[in-house]
Design a protein around this ligand. Structure first.
Ligand code: KIV
Length: 286
């Protein structure tokens, strides 16, 4: 069946709003860079939310280790395990037909070296059915990326701020500020491209530097807090839709206020139950 996204119907091959009867692949992502097309990516952690984004035409869904803070109630991404990523990645794959699903390799699942990375990436591809994996690190992760790509696993790299290193940073500081740090970011970007990554996330880097990286690479960049010139833009869905409790980072734009709406719905239900208005006649069987 041809899947036509309702949000913005376009003919042809565009990643967002295009028509296609099959899943997006990394070749489609490469073609979008050649066309100079910008594209959106969101995180997803369950089948139902993923199906909403799939039907909205979001071409790439990331089962991010941000599930630690946004779905599993941890303080950071650090405690997230392979079992958790595998379980939720499988759910996201089941909830989607068109989106390319990218499974995140969590902290400790690839740092030992390429063989460990391949073992865990293979698990996400075979058990969960993801079309690609993501891992953090530039030059330091190049060997892992190279073996995964040689073995047939597409890899999205992630440089700039890498949240799995929160304990080393002592927070979430903007990266790539100053000449030396900017040069390191450019080297990291080149290293992941040379290792075979099909795209690279740039997190929390100055907009001008992200623009320079984007111009210098033939693979697409996906920005988060990296200005408007990246090829793609990614947001954590709970931030984007106003589900997050409390402050969201400055780079987030909220497109809905789901937390407020869901709380209102829960309170209305509770009041109906307490007041005897629910269930009414039309909700009852005789
Ligand atoms: O885990 C995640 O959600 C991410 C994105 C913020 C890129 O890594």
């Amino acid at each position: 069946m041809t899947h036509v996204t309702p949000a913005r119907k376009q003919s042809g091959t565009s990643l967002y709003g295009g028509t296609s009867s099959r899943r997006i692949t990394v070749r489609d992502i490469a073609a979008a860079k050649e066309r100079g097309e910008k594209w959106p990516m969101l995180t997803a952690y369950d089948a139902m939310t993923a199906s909403v984004f799939d039907q909205a035409g979001i071409p790439v869904l990331l089962v991010g280790d941000s599930m630690g803070n946004c779905h599993l109630g941890y303080e950071s991404t650090v405690p997230v395990t392979m079992d958790e990523i595998a379980l939720l990645s499988a759910a996201v794959v089941r909830g989607t037909r068109r989106s390319l699903v990218v499974g995140d390799l969590p902290f400790g699942s690839y740092q030992e070296g390429p063989v460990q990375a391949l073992r865990n990436a293979t698990r996400l591809v075979k058990e969960a059915g993801v079309g690609a994996v993501k891992l953090e690190g530039g030059e330091r992760s190049a060997d892992q990326i190279e073996l995964l790509v040689r073995s047939g696993v597409p890899v999205m790299a992630h440089i700039g701020l890498t949240p799995q290193s929160v304990n080393a940073y002592g927070g979430y500081p903007v990266q790539g500020r100053g000449e030396e740090a900017a040069q390191q970011l450019l080297r990291d970007a080149k290293a992941v491209q040379d290792a075979g990554a099909f795209a690279v996330v740039l997190e929390l880097v100055p907009a001008e530097l992200a623009a320079e990286v984007t111009r210098s690479l033939h693979i697409p960049t996906v920005g988060i807090g990296a200005g408007p010139d990246c090829d793609g833009q990614v947001l954590v869905w709970t931030d984007m839709a106003g589900m997050t409790d409390g402050r969201v980072p400055r780079f987030v734009k909220q497109y809905a206020q789901l937390r407020q709406g869901l709380g209102d719905a829960a309170r209305a239900f509770a009041e109906d139950v307490v007041g005897g208005a629910y269930p009414a006649e039309e909700h009852s069987f005789h």
